[in-house]
Design a protein around this ligand. Structure first.
Ligand SMILES: Cc1cc2nc3c(=O)[nH]c(=O)nc-3n(C[C@H](O)[C@H](O)[C@H](O)COP(=O)(O)OP(=O)(O)OC[C@H]3O[C@@H](n4cnc5c(N)ncnc54)[C@H](O)[C@@H]3O)c2cc1C
Length: 480
């Protein structure tokens, strides 16, 4: 016994929501599309969980942040899916998939068959136990990947007002959570093994600016060491963390942000994997013609870099989903996915954006004391990445456009002196139409209020933070 659909989306996160909207725009008929998700709620804007959701006052709560409000599109409530004849199978884990026979088996024992499958299973948070540290089941140790985690974090946060929090990991989840906890008047210590925060994106100079800013908000940094064990009270709650450098920090709350792992296990041995994800072509199609993959789980060709990458950020999830649906519904009209990697952050009144790749030599520009500054990355004589803090809309658009054009750069000192003018000049020169939606990329998430938001670097940075963590523990290194 089972149901059959023309299109099945496996996973009900960000990419699933944007794919559903695109399916309706491309004319899917009622009854043709089904979304199966382990989460009990319709797709929502996951980045809200570490931002608006954690605000001490007027926090964001569903249904306000269902997709696709983050891109200023329609908000798809459960009613919307019903009205469009889209079947939402929620709170249901898919436990196996047979791509040859085009069938899925759910944990409730139902078989669902499809003609086309869109994999949008995202990723899961890595657990401390995977690196040999026990105790993350304690009620005051929190991870942050889904709504249940976010509710748990809010509960613990509320129970330890003015208490001590230890945040493990200096990547974007750690940085976002540290900011949110500080805003909630909790004493925060951020612990990470690298020499500075956001180590895979920030240069030491950029990092020191943000670390000083965080410190001015009361956040303490303990660098170059790692968590080795917890101390528990008689009720099993963590009351302190032990670090490898021999120190101990009191803790009423521990937040762990040590990276993620893409949810590929259902497809191992059935589809080609690469870079820890499911390999797709420029149409987001996997090694099986009837199966597409999008979002955090997909490893796709990034034309700009000339190589396959797996990115872990929301803009990529939204746009890859849209592209896959266009390729499914209008195969003759759709070209290759052409994407400029982009991430951004706003926290404590600060705001930065990054485009492209942070490889090669970094050239800093601007006045770091004025609050408007940045860096370009030059590789093989071309500009390949741009970072800007405190820019205007026009300036952010200029660095995005300049990065997408990969202009040649000969004199690095001269580039540093020109600073933003370099991107502004390049971007004003008449150019052939850009293949990417630069202006769309610069739009923020509606729910991510500027003061609290830390739309930081998923993609490269998060991928890198996983590697960093593996190195950090040096115990059970894995490749993904
Ligand atoms: C707290 C937080 C803050 C973030 N902030 C930012 C930010 O500011 N900027 C940014 O660019 N990115 C941010 N990200 C990353 C961004 O949210 C992800 O890149 C994006 O959610 C990826 O979308 P996705 O659809 O691929 O995966 P997800 O949104 O993770 O969705 C995957 C879905 O698949 C379901 N699923 C998985 N396996 C199964 C199964 N076997 N059966 C049924 N269902 C299954 C999951 O339950 C989930 O619903 C943040 C992430 C988190 C966790």
């Amino acid at each position: 016994m089972g149901r059959a659909f023309v299109y099945v989306i496996l996973g009900g996160g960000v990419a699933a929501g944007y794919a559903a909207l695109e399916f309706t725009r491309k004319g899917v008929s009622p009854g043709e599309l089904c979304i199966i998700s382990e989460e009990p709620v319709a797709p929502y804007e996951r980045p809200a969980l570490s931002k608006g959701f954690l605000l001490p006052e007027s926090p964001a709560r569903l249904p306000s942040f269902h997709t696709c409000v983050g891109a200023n599109e329609e908000r798809l409530t459960p009613k919307w899916y019903k009205e469009h004849g889209i079947e939402l199978v929620l709170g249901t884990r898919v436990k196996s998939v047979d791509v040859r026979r085009k069938k899925l088996l759910t944990a409730t024992g139902e078989t669902i068959s499809y003609k086309i499958l869109l994999i949008a299973t995202g990723a899961r948070a890595l657990k401390l136990e995977e690196f040999g540290v026990d105790g993350s089941e304690a009620e005051n140790v929190c991870y942050l990947r889904d709504l249940a985690d976010a509710n748990g974090l809010v509960n613990v946060m509320q129970s330890c007002s003015s208490g001590n929090a230890v945040v493990i990991g200096g990547g974007y989840i750690g940085m976002e959570c540290a900011a949110s906890l500080a805003i909630n008047k909790i004493n925060v210590t951020l612990v990470f093994p690298e020499v500075h925060c956001m180590a895979r994106l920030f240069t030491p100079k950029i990092a020191s600016y943000y670390e000083e800013y965080y410190q001015s908000k009361g956040v303490k940094f303990v660098k170059g060491t790692v968590l080795t064990s917890f101390e528990f009270d008689s009720s099993g709650k963590v009351m302190a963390v032990n670090l490898r450098d021999g120190s101990q920090l009191p803790a009423d709350l521990v937040v762990v942000g040590i990276g993620i792992r893409p949810n590929t296990s259902l497809f191992e041995g059935q589809l080609t994997l690469e870079k820890g994800g499911i390999k797709v072509n420029g149409k987001m199609q996997t090694s099986n013609d009837s199966v597409y993959a999008v979002g955090d789980v997909a490893a796709f060709p990034v034309k700009l870099f000339g190589e396959t990458r797996r990115l872990e950020h929301v803009d990529s999830a939204r746009k890859s989903a849209k592209h896959a649906v266009a390729a499914i519904m209008e195969p003759k009209k759709s070209g290759e996915f052409d994407y400029l990697p982009f991430f951004y952050s706003r926290v404590f009144g600060l705001s930065w954006q990054f485009y492209g790749d942070n490889v090669g030599e970094a050239v800093h520009f601007g006045d770091y004391s004025s609050g408007t500054f940045g860096a370009y990355w030059i590789s093989k004589g071309h500009l390949v990445g741009s970072f800007l803090e405190g820019g205007t809309k026009e300036e952010y658009e200029a660095i995005a456009k300049a990065t997408s054009l990969k202009p040649p750069v000969e004199d690095l000192a001269e580039l540093g002196q020109q600073g933003l003018n370099f991107a502004l000049t390049i971007s004003k020169k008449p150019q052939p139409a850009l293949p990417i939606e630069v202006s769309r990329s610069t739009s923020g998430l509606v729910l991510e209020k500027p003061v609290y938001a830390w739309h930081a670097a998923a993609g490269l940075v998060l991928t890198a933070s996983i590697a960093g963590f593996a190195y950090w523990y040096g115990r059970r290194r894995r490749r993904w």
